[in-house]
Design a protein around this ligand. Structure first.
Ligand code: NAI
Length: 407
């Protein structure tokens, strides 16, 4: 079990994380090392010996054994959306919360989708490629305004609802379908079924997560329900659309086009080739999973994860952590000592901690506990004479995994 009472942490940021993160953490008085590369296993193992916090992007893998050999590591940030590069269960068992930045690129995706609606309506992809080849395709055939057309949004979450707002500004009518009841923004309307949405929309844009229920959500039968001449946009997950069925719907002329940013199999890096049955089909825009890839999103990711680091290191807030019980205890007693304890989730832990507080003649002014299957996380504000002794005794409990005094 580990215990500490430091305020300045040694923070390691890898893989060229946007410098705004470093600046925010330096302002808090932490020591920050920013490296451009993703260290190999051996180098990473050594670096982790000397740091309390690590921030990484998608290339650095934090495996169970690397985590087990990092005695000071107390906090991890994935400066991206995905978190599968970190062994989340191992980090949880060690009392290490992992944060990511799920919503920093929402707007970037929404803007790209709107651009694609217009590109599809005007066949801009094909006309652009023809002009590059030296062909002059000046004609109004098949080109339409988007004003007054209907956009059907499947999945009205963060991205879907942003798309809704931007689309209405272009004069589109917006319908949406979600499995959860959602407040319609602006003049948008919810519909009761996917089938109804597909039948009524000129453009259908998918914004659902990858779940068992959304895999193959748009197969041959669903594509058939779409209006003749309508177009499909997928910037959600590659598993959601049956690509051969979509290719057939385009080849047969049932759909007038598609914009696809995500694929069932995507190249692991820019040096690998890319193959898809959709290549070469008319009015089909293919992009390499770049919906969320903008400089603004990178900066916003830097700020979002740095803010989570600060909230955890200062106050023990874990809201938004992907592997940890969610907890945020407001600071109502500025003079109190705040202590945070991660423990094995077994009966009686809170009782043992509270007994220590009363043995020390201290007074609990605020306390919050959150648990998951493996661990419990408690944050307390205590009026206590000897905070060091409190830290020592709580961290010595057999159930304690990690205990710290917060500044
Ligand atoms: P979100 O979680 O905020 O919204 C998803 C919505 O889909 C929720 O409202 C949920 O209730 C709804 N939903 C779930 N299952 C459904 C179903 N079977 N039918 C209808 N609605 C369903 O997620 P967010 O942030 O809006 O992201 C949406 C998708 O976009 C995700 O798949 C995400 O991975 C992807 N994404 C893609 C990016 C890119 O670069 N192309 C970048 C960022 C996110």
């Amino acid at each position: 079990m580990s215990s500490d009472a430091q305020t300045a942490r040694r923070i390691l940021l890898l893989e060229n994380i946007h410098p705004v993160a470093r600046e925010a953490l330096l302002r808090e008085g932490h020591e920050v090392t920013l490296l451009a590369h993703s260290p190999d296993r051996a180098e990473l193992g050594q670096l982790l010996q000397k740091h309390d916090v690590v921030g990484l992007r998608s290339k650095t893998r934090l495996t169970k054994d690397l985590l087990a050999q990092a005695p000071h590591l107390a906090l991890i940030g994935c400066f991206c959306i995905g978190t599968d590069q970190v062994d989340l269960a191992a980090a949880n068992a060690l009392g290490i919360p992992v944060f990511n930045a799920p919503y920093s690129n929402t707007r970037s995706v929404a803007e790209m989708v709107l651009a694609e609606v217009i590109m599809l309506a005007r066949q801009l992809g094909d006309r652009n490629m023809a002009a590059h080849r030296g062909q002059w395709l000046k004609s109004a055939d098949g080109s339409r305004e988007v004003r007054g057309k209907t956009l059907g949004i499947v999945g009205y979450g963060h991205i879907g609802s942003q798309v809704s707002v931007l689309a209405e500004a272009f004069g589109l009518r917006v319908l949406f379908y979600d499995v959860v009841k959602k407040l319609p923004l602006g003049n948008s309307q919810s519909v009761d079924s996917l089938a109804e949405l597909l039948r009524r929309s000129d453009f259908v844009s998918l914004h659902v997560p990858d779940t068992r229920a959304t895999r193959g959500l748009m197969g041959a039968a669903e594509l058939k329900l779409m209006r003749p001449g309508s177009a499909l946009i997928n910037a959600s997950r590659g598993t959601v659309v049956d690509i051969p069925a979509l290719a057939e719907a385009i080849r047969s002329g049932h759909l007038s086009g598609a914009a696809v940013d995500v694929f069932p199999e995507e190249p692991a890096s820019n040096s690998e080739g890319f193959k898809s049955e959709l290549q070469g089909l008319p009015n089909v825009i293919l992009t390499p999973h770049i919906g969320g890839s903008t400089l603004e999103a990178q900066e916003s990711i830097g700020l979002e994860v740095a803010a989570s680091f600060i909230a955890y290191l200062r106050d023990g807030h874990t809201l938004g952590a992907v592997n940890f019980p969610p907890l945020a205890l407001p600071r109502q007693h500025p003079d109190a000592t705040r202590i945070a304890n991660v423990h094995r989730n077994v009966p009686g832990v809170l009782g043992s901690i509270n007994s220590i507080v009363s043995e020390l003649g201290a007074n609990i002014q605020g306390q919050a506990l959150a648990t998951d299957e493996q661990i419990g996380f408690v944050v307390m504000d205590v009026e206590v004479q000897d905070a060091g002794e409190l830290l020592k005794r709580v961290s010595a409990l057999a159930t304690s995994i990690r205990t710290s005094l917060l500044p």
